[in-house]
Design a protein around this ligand. Structure first.
Ligand code: C2E
Ligand code: MG
Ligand code: MG
Length: 709
């Protein structure tokens, strides 16, 4: 009987199949066995066997339910149903008085459903070699896969195809004859060839089941992904060597999904450039390679200038178009091996490998700036988009990724500060302050509108009369998060950014207004001293600005003192002379702050219409302990006297300093000894308490601790 004759009788048999036995016929020639193939309802549609005496003639079972064939099968109803649900079973069963090894396995249709199962029974009483044959048969069960969409193949260990299931035609387009006796590797994708060849070799050394994924060429020339389970079978008692059984499944769709997911995890969907995750990975690898090869890597951070304006004025859609345009230009320019990534927003980054030095990176940076020059077409508008670039080098600037990233960022912000459309290399003095500065700039800009500035006042004492002769206005910033900030934390920055001009004007007017209010409160007039920065001084119409402030606030000019730093006067003698003369004409008091620190020629002093020299506190600090400090202070006092200028000592903290200064003829003093700078609302009570109070003043000098503010 042939299988065909069985299947012809079977109403439930799948439309296309061939013999389930022909592929294992070599093993089962003399073995007493019986095999049933059942459909999903348990109805036998194939039956074959040679166990005379136990089973009836094979074909008599076709069309019957396996559960009703025999009590033994009825007893394993559960296992049979499990087999039809995809499980494999191996049991020992007594059928009609004889013990059988029963092996049951599911078969899948092309849409992965279980449509049938094989029940294979081998009499245990048979000689041992039949039992081992059973294992062979079980492995060769894969050859039943002609019913499934998997491709089953057999190879020699050298990879020569000795069997291929007909499914191959559907999946790969080849006739089975086109593959038989051909080397399997001939069909591999060139990129997979090397690793898979090695795998085959390893398999022979370590014969364990393995699953591999690789691409093969279809007959139409396209490559598809196969996932293949490989088993090595020792068929030495049939053949002279091993053979490899491979069950392969088309996983192209799954691979494509995987690749899509991988893409989404690593690429920016807007521009198609590597995203932050992939960028970090590439940078890590670039650093490792440079370390091995003793070479350099340049890391560039690019930030579009005023991107926010474009987004705000033309909308996000336009913003996206611009970003895509920028990405396109960058991609066109990139050399093979360079990484261009988008980190998010309008931030891009470039990793340059294999460069020799900073000059190479500069060439690229210049080129990128040029690339961005032509306007971009965005929603029918022509939009200009320059960028600012920060560059750092490995290993010159840093050896680790974190620091490199920080450096590039810092350099980029510096580049923006310098005026946009520039590139800037990182330098060691450019630490993270640049970034803090940017935040500061933002906040500082708003501090005036939000009225976060405060004036504190520090009295200046006449050491001869012990009276208050003046009071210095000192700026503070009441930062919403950081609390009260001292000028050293923001004035240098305000000077750098030019914000000192509006801030300085506020200080000036505000100080004048306070001075007027004290007078209005009935106190004797006290001169208010205002610190000026060089930038204010250089302003056009500066003198007019002072005149206006005085007029608007109603303060008489003699009650305003302007403190100017020595270095400005020393370096701008001509300009300063003119301005100081005008200010003098106006009637305001002029003093040189931090005197002695400018290391300048003193000859210019004569030319200026000054009133006061302020001895810098660094000299006063050591006046009683360090002979050099004492000598300088003495020299300044003497200089002041010779030029007919009053001299005020800053930073006086104890009574010994007071005695020393008074003894050397210093007229005035200011410092914590008399008072710390005090908040504006506390000024009136303070003056009231201390004005012309000689007794109190004397007591302070004698018992300073008890009276310190
Ligand atoms: P400055 O004009 O020399 O002000 C004197 C500084 O010394 C003040 O620091 C004051 O608080 C501090 N000081 C006063 N007495 C003592 C003392 O006995 N011991 C010590 N160790 N320090 C004392 P502050 O307020 O931090 O101001 C620092 C600098 O900031 C000022 O130095 C001035 O150059 C600048 N500044 C302050 N306000 C303004 C302003 O409105 N505009 C400008 N352009 N600069 C300002
Ligand atoms: Mg000052
Ligand atoms: Mg000073």
């Amino acid at each position: 009987m042939t299988i065909d004759s069985i299947t012809d009788q079977s109403p439930q048999a799948p439309a296309k199949h061939s013999s389930i036995m022909e592929n294992w016929s070599q093993y089962i020639k003399d073995i007493p066995f019986h095999c049933f193939v059942i459909n999903e309802d348990g109805i036998v549609f194939q039956s074959e066997g040679n166990t005379q005496g136990v089973f009836k003639r094979a074909e008599q079972y076709v069309g019957l339910s396996i559960f009703e064939l025999n009590d033994a099968f009825a007893a394993i109803t559960h296992e049979i149903k499990e087999t039809l649900n995809g499980e494999t079973h191996n049991l020992s069963l007594v059928i009609n008085g004889e013990r059988f090894n029963v092996w049951m396995a599911p078969q899948q249709t092309s849409n992965q459903d279980i449509s049938s199962a094989v029940v294979f029974c081998l009499a245990i009483s048979q000689p041992d070699h039949y039992q081992s044959s059973l294992q062979e048969i079980q492995k060769h069960y894969f050859l039943f896969a002609e019913y499934t969409k998997d491709i089953v193949t057999k190879y020699t260990p050298e990879g020569i195809c000795t069997y291929v299931s007909p499914t191959v035609e559907k999946v790969l387009g080849y006739e089975t004859d086109e593959l038989l006796n051909k080397p399997l590797f001939e069909f591999f994708h060139p990129d997979d060839l090397k690793s898979k060849r090695r795998l085959f070799k390893n398999l022979l050394e370590d014969p364990s089941d393995q699953t591999i994924c690789y691409r093969v060429r279809r007959k139409d020339g396209e490559h598809i992904w196969l996932e293949t389970n490989i088993t090595l079978i020792d068929s030495s008692h049939h053949h002279s060597s091993h053979e490899v059984i491979a069950v392969s499944r088309d996983i192209t769709e799954r691979k494509e999904t995987e690749e899509r997911l991988l893409y989404l995890a690593n690429y920016d969907s807007l521009t198609g450039l590597p995203n932050r995750a992939l960028f970090r990975d590439r940078l890590r690898r670039a650093i490792a390679r440079a370390q091995r090869n003793d070479s350099h890597v340049a890391l560039m951070f690019l930030d579009l200038d005023r991107f926010k304006n474009i987004n705000d004025s033309l909308g996000h859609h336009a913003g996206d178009q611009l970003l895509r345009g920028v990405a396109r230009r960058l991609k066109q320019y990139a050399r093979k091996g360079d990484t261009i990534a988008r980190l998010g927003g309008d931030e891009f980054t470039v990793i340059l490998e294999g460069i020799n030095n900073a000059d190479d990176a500069a060439v690229v940076a210049k080129k990128i700036l040029e690339l961005m020059e032509p306007p971009f077409k965005v929603d029918g508008h022509e939009v200009a988009a320059s960028t600012s670039i920060g560059i750092t080098l490995y290993p010159d600037d840093a050896a680790d990724m974190r620091t490199l990233l920080k450096n590039a960022d810092t350099a980029m912000y510096r580049s923006k500060e310098k005026g946009r459309n520039h590139y800037q290399f990182y330098t060691a003095d450019m630490n993270a302050k640049a970034y803090e500065y940017l935040l500061l700039e933002n906040n500082l800009r708003h501090a005036l509108d939000r009225e976060e500035f405060r004036l504190y006042f520090q009295p200046q004492i006449d050491l001869h009369t012990q009276g208050i002769i003046g009071i210095e206005a000192l700026l503070r910033w009441e930062h919403p998060e950081q609390g009260l900030l001292q000028p050293e934390n923001f004035i240098p920055f305000a000077e750098e950014t030019g914000l000192i001009i509006p801030i300085g004007e506020w200080v000036l007017r505000s100080a004048c207004r306070h001075a007027v209010s004290w007078q209005k409160a009935g106190l004797p007039p006290v001169r208010v001293a205002v610190n000026l920065s060089m930038r204010q001084f250089r302003q056009k119409d500066f003198v007019q600005l002072i005149a206006d402030a005085l007029q608007e606030t109603g303060l008489a000019p003699q009650y305003l003192e302007l403190e100017i730093t020595e270095s400005f006067l020393a370096h701008n003698v001509e300009q300063a002379t003119e301005i100081l003369r005008d200010l003098h004409k106006l009637g305001v008091h002029l003093s040189i702050d931090d005197f002695g620190t400018g290391y300048s020629s003193l000859s210019y002093l004569k030319r200026f219409p000054l009133n006061t020299l302020k001895i810098d506190q660094s000299f006063v600090r050591d006046i009683t302990t360090d002979p050099d400090g004492a000598t300088i202070a003495e020299a300044i006092i003497a200089l002041g006297q010779s030029l007919n200028l009053s001299v005020i000592a800053e930073g006086v903290e104890d009574h010994e300093q007071v005695f020393f200064l008074k003894g050397r003829g210093c007229d005035l003093a200011q410092g914590f000894f008399f008072s710390h700078p005090i908040a504006s609302e506390k000024v009136i009570p303070w003056i009231k308490r201390n004005l012309n109070n000689q007794l109190l003043f004397e007591q302070r000098v004698l018992w300073p601790e008890a009276f310190r503010q």
